[in-house]
Design a binder for this molecule. Structure first.
Ligand code: NDP
Ligand code: 2IT
Length: 448
């Protein structure tokens, strides 16, 4: 794949030079610039006003020391980040990731993609992301609390309901959000919607926990219906990961008549041909915080395999829901050989560029993460609305809005792909549709 548009090619070269040690960030920018070529050609004003150059450079990026004391009394130091990428259409919005692999490249790729994802939801949210190279795995609740408090001791000054609103991501779930919010409130003295994903008793929204996984299924169903005239019902699916996104994708897919036969963690995967027992898996992962192998120990007939060969399992539907670049070319080749119908990304940038190209060339429906996993941040946006108006909405109301937003995102992406001569390419369509609103806002607001 090459960028042939001269202007975008030279702009990408400059981005490469400036960020030469950030491969994930460059991968994300390349994909977007590649998709935007027909837009740049049709609208020369975008280049003239430096829209692409400006978008590829964060408005602000902070990195900070996070010191804390472990249970042995030893002082630990981690590095925290927040990238405030774009505020063109609303306050910075995006999750926090706590994982040992977090670095500036990871945070920037996520923050960059968040700009377009948030725009696709139709809600007024800019793009941001943050996190730390802290590993909550194996840490006690007390250690996690002290880490979160120290993280917030720096972060709070950069946040606010109209400034920057973080939420969860890998390694940041209900427990971490609770500690982060408690410290935010302590430091500012304000009870306000400066974080989303909060607990239901203190300002959280119904459906936020389920939103990304449910939204992924709503998107996938609409894609199958409109592009192939079929439904998910009766299909077999493989889901990678077993965290927040994977769990609720499994639950909703099963509700929609799909048999989900495999799930994983970073050590291995389980196969349960009868269909995964969602309630059991949820309890093992969310409440007991065990490894996924515990599922096979408890379910007769289920098997555990170490390693990452989950994509060699025959399925109609593949839902990667763990981490970036988890779906590689060799995985895609196995999926295609086994007759996969659709791949929908729950994790951010699940697939390498070669994977996407291969799947699309082989007639597999491909739903890119920016569009397909936008349900989480969409319900975060609804949480912000509820907080701002001191309202509490019911489960069904939020769920209906989520479904409507996901169907809307699918159609925005499909329509944009048709309008720019790449009909059915949802990668290009999502990038173009997400970009349109942000670029328009930037043009109106001048060079800032
Ligand atoms: P969780 O921390 O709840 O779960 C992550 C899962 O992915 C775990 O099963 C974990 O296994 C696995 N995983 C994480 N890192 C790796 C790795 N490097 N290699 C292999 N497996 C890995 O995170 P979420 O479910 O929230 O997030 C999953 C993905 O979805 C991420 O890409 C995230 O950015 C994206 N996402 C999340 C949203 C949200 O609202 N939470 C919204 C939109 C996207 P292990 O326990 O072994 O580490
Ligand atoms: O990647 C994502 O969209 C998220 N982790 C959710 C962000 C949010 O602000 O809810």
């Amino acid at each position: 794949m090459h960028i042939t548009n001269e202007y975008l090619a030279s702009t990408f070269e400059a981005v490469q030079k400036r960020n030469s040690n950030e491969p994930e960030f460059l991968q994300a920018v390349f994909e977007v610039f590649h998709s935007l070529q027909p837009v740049a050609e049709k609208k020369p004003r975008l280049a003239k006003e430096g829209v692409f150059e400006r978008l590829a450079e964060p408005e602000r990026m902070i990195s900070f020391r996070v010191p804390w004391v472990d249970d042995q009394g030893k002082v630990q130091v981690n590095r925290g980040y927040r990238v405030q990428f774009s505020s063109a259409i609303g306050p910075y919005k995006g999750g926090l990731r706590f994982h040992p692999s977090v670095n500036s490249s990871i945070v920037k790729f996520l923050g960059f993609e968040q700009i377009f994802k948030n725009s696709l939801t139709g809600l007024p949210m800019g793009g941001g992301k943050g996190g730390a190279d802290f590993d909550p795995r194996g840490r006690s609740d007390g250690e996690v609390m002290r880490f979160c408090q120290s993280f917030m001791n720096e972060m709070y000054r950069h946040l606010g309901p109209n400034t920057d609103v973080p939420a969860g991501d890998i390694g940041v779930g209900g427990r971490e959000i609770g500690y982060l919010y408690g410290q935010y409130k302590k430091l500012t003295g304000r009870f306000e919607g400066a974080i989303t994903g909060k607990g239901l008793t203190y300002g959280g929204s119904q459906v936020r926990t389920q939103a990304t996984g449910y939204g992924l299924c709503y998107f996938t169903e609409e894609m199958l219906r409109k592009m192939k005239g079929i439904s998910m019902e009766g299909m077999t699916a493989v889901v990678s990961g077993s965290g927040n996104v994977a769990l609720y994708a499994i639950e909703k897919a099963q509700e929609m008549g799909v048999r989900v036969i495999a799930a994983s963690d970073s050590n291995g995967y389980i196969v349960d041909e009868k269909g995964i027992d969602f309630q059991l898996l949820r309890r093992l992962k969310e409440e007991e915080r065990l490894r996924i192998s515990a599922y096979a120990d408890q379910v007769p007939g289920a098997q555990y395999f170490p390693g990452r060969d989950i994509w060699s399992i025959k399925c109609d539907l593949a839902l990667p829901c763990a981490t970036q670049n988890e779906l590689r070319l060799e995985d895609a080749q196995k999926l295609v050989k086994n007759g996969v119908i659709a791949v929908a990304e729950g994790s951010n940038m699940s697939s390498t560029p070669e994977t996407i190209e291969y799947l699309q060339q082989n007639g597999v429906l491909f739903a890119p993460s920016k569009a397909a996993n936008a349900g989480g941040v969409a319900v975060s946006g609804l949480e912000m609305s509820q907080n701002a108006s001191h309202a509490i909405w019911g489960f069904d109301k939020v769920d209906r809005q989520l479904a409507k937003i996901m169907v809307g995102i699918f159609h925005s992406a499909l329509d944009a792909s048709a309008q720019y001569g790449v009909e059915g390419d949802l990668v290009a369509g999502a990038n173009i549709a997400g970009f349109a609103k942000v670029a328009n806002a930037m043009l109106w607001q001048g060079i800032v």
